[in-house]
Structures are given as structure tokens and as C-alpha cells.
Design a protein around this ligand. Sequence first.
Ligand code: C2E
Ligand code: CA
Ligand code: CA
Length: 432
Amino acid sequence: MKADGVFPTIGSKYDQLTGLYNRESFYREAALLLGARYDVDYCIVCMDISCFKIINDLFHMDTGNLILKTAAEYIKTLLNPRTSISCRSDADHFILCVPTEELQIEKIISDLDKKMQSLHISHNILFFAGIYSVDKRDLPIDQMCDRAGMALKRIKGSYLTRYAYYDAKMRDQMIEELLISGNLETALLEHQFTIFLQPIFDPHKNVVISAEALVRWFHPIHGMVSPGKFIPVCERNGFIVRLDRFVWEEACRVQRKRLDEGKKVVPISVNLSRLNFYSLDLPDFLSLLLAKYDLEPWMLKLEVTESAYTDNQLQLLDMISTFKSLGFSVLMDDFGSGYSSLNMLKDMPLDTIKVDMAFIRELEKSERVAVILKFVVELAEALGMGVVIEGVETKKQCDYVASLGDVAIQGYYFSRPLPIPDYEKLLDKYPL
Ligand code: C2E
Ligand code: CA
Ligand code: CA
């Protein structure tokens, strides 16, 4: 059933609730319109409402219907019936076909905001729009709508950006994302994933004090796929939970092998993507992993980023406290990159701050960054926490950072992330 609880009348051209065209007749009419007005540039605009489902759940269905009808009434007054058409395609989705010259998207969005505010519903109702400037007239209308829909999907829920135009890059990204998604399962089964280890140094004693495990994907045809490409896809489709667990196990395997060979071991830190915190068995999983490889908790450190804090603070606090009671160290990754780094620091029992790479990149360009870095090191010291500075690439950066106090350094200056055998060689070279 539709969001409004009404089925369109079979055979009708119109959506019963709003009186706009329904999807099928819109496709037909839009094709006719674009065919008849070949000399005019057109846009297809897909619009929908943030959290419409929640609004329907929270309030009575009548409220949802009122929102849709109000939006449709506005759309009717907005469009010139000789040049433009519109429909409600389904649920809270509206599609417009409008001459480019007549499209004032910012005005439409701000007018809709005002209309929604005038309904006095105690929920922020925001419209988002994706726009396809019709550059290929022979494309079927449903594909034009898909393109506008792709642009919409990019920005939905972003709050800062309420509309976006489709460009060819989006299509490439979408195709790439689909390809990546379709290959993940096989990649895991066929051992295409592996870990690299990036050593972390104490610049004062010149020793390796720990390492970070970073996942790598070697695709048999495409070669190495960058984590920057596939990690965000895994985070969107949930695969990251399995991938992270694989990485943790690989890290444990390295530690066990070295212990068996009587070699020195330093802690390996692993990334815990925010989705992991929805699995309540996470602490049990980690404990069992340690037991399976007969390791002590200090041998595995846990890196958590601020996005996990933004999601669900109480659950995260609970989880981190459990990790601590199990003997794990917990690091705050990418400190300073998000909106609430200081809040997270205030609320969570963390052991170490990893300062985001952006700071070191700006160091030479900005006096203020140098001051902030100094302050962060002092802050960590005052809180009894460790500090790792990420992204140190030059001697100059290293010298400055080392002058700030008791810091650890992770960056290309000392070492890039290494395949396991190279990491082991490097570790064997340095004294403890
Ligand atoms: P991150 O956790 O902040 O990891 C550090 C990233 O900085 C790594 O990129 C590392 O190669 C890079 N890096 C280290 N030193 C330098 C330097 O001096 N200069 C520059 N330019 N880069 C440096 P990588 O391996 O490409 O990973 C990128 C991100 O992907 C990671 O950022 C992390 O957020 C994510 N990631 C990587 N492996 C995993 C994983 O196993 N699980 C999860 N959830 N995320 C992972
Ligand atoms: Ca990390
Ligand atoms: Ca980081």
C-alpha cells in the first residue's frame, strides 16, 4: 500500500490523493512534452521529504497526507501548465518536468519550507531535490528520472545541501559502487583482502611502539582498490562489520605467529567502524578472538572514530567501558576532524588521541595550527592520555611535533603501511 493509504484508481491518469499525474501518465506526458518542445531546454526534478516514514509513524497518517497535499497544491500554482508537468510518483516522491529557464529551485525549496512551517507540525519537514538537465533528449523518461534520483540520493539527509544536479561523474560513481558491492563477498571468500601494518614510532627513543592494521584489497583484474573507495561502500551496505572482524583476526594471527617464533610483539591497533557498535556481541567477539589466539588484551588496541559517538552516545560509552574492563586500550581516531571531538573526549574513557592528518598538512601554512597542536598535546598530557600524530611526512614536521612533548608518530616519514613480512623485518631491526 502507498504511504497515504490510498490506491490510485486503476486506469486513472491522476494520483488520487494530490490530483497530480501518477507516475505512468507522467512518463507519457513528459515524453510528449519534450518531443513537442524540442527547441526548449528542460530539467527533470525529483523531490522528496526527509524522514517522511518517521512522520507517518510518529503522527497520524492524515498528517502525512496533509503534507503531501499541501506540497502538491503549491506545485500546481508554481508550474506553467503550458510548459511544465508534475506528478507524485509514489509515497513522498514528486517529479517535475520544467523548462530550465523557468526552474527556480532555491525559491521552490524555500517556499515549500514556509508552507510546511505553516502546518505547525512539530517535526522539521525538509524537501530535497535532485535535478537532471536533459542533455540527451532520446533517453527514456524513466532513465532521466533515475538520473535526477541519483543526484537526490547523494544529498538526501545532508541538511546543508538541499539540491544537487546530476553529472556524469555521479553515474560513474554509482556504477563503481555497484561493482564494488557485487564483488565484496567473493573478495572475502577468495582471500583478496589482506592487511598492511603501519608502524608507529616514538621519535625520542627512535623505537617502534605499535602499529595500525589497514585493510588492502587486491582485485585479480583491477589490481589494488583503494580503501578510500571501498570502505565507504562497505560502511553504507553493512559489509564493514565482517571486513573489520576479518582484519582483527588477521592482526591476531600476526601476533600469535610472532609469539610462537619467540619474537618481540608490539600492540597492533585495529579500526572499529561505527556500525560495529550495533552488534551487542562485540565485546564477546573480541574476547573470544583473544582466547582463540591466546593473546593478552594489550596486544590489540581499538580505534574508534567520532562518528560512532554521534550515533549513540550511551551505547558507545557502555561498550567502551566494557572494552576497558576487558583490558583493551581504546584510541580516539581522527581527533579534530568532526563536530564533537571535545565532547567525545569529555564523555568517553579513552586512552589515546590520534590527531587527524589534516592538522599536520596545515602545519607549515598556518601558525594557528601549530598552536592548536601544542594545545592538544598539553590537553592529552593533562588528561593522562597518549597522543599519536598521524600523517607526518617530513623531518621538519617530525621535529616540530617531537618538540611538543611525549608524542608518538605515524606517517610516511618513518614508514608507509607495510605488507606483513616487511613489517616483521622492520620490527626485528629495531630494539625494544
Ligand atoms: P585511518 O584509520 O585514519 O588510517 C590512516 C590512513 O592514513 C591510512 O590510509 C594510511 O595509509 C594513511 N597514512 C599514514 N601515514 C600517512 C602519511 O604520512 N601521509 C598520508 N598522506 N597518509 C598517511 P588508508 O590505509 O588508505 O586508509 C584510509 C582509511 O580507511 C583509514 O583511515 C580508515 O578510516 C579506513 N580503513 C582502513 N583500513 C580499515 C579497516 O580495516 N577497517 C575500517 N573500518 N576502516 C579502515
Ligand atoms: Ca585508524
Ligand atoms: Ca586516523
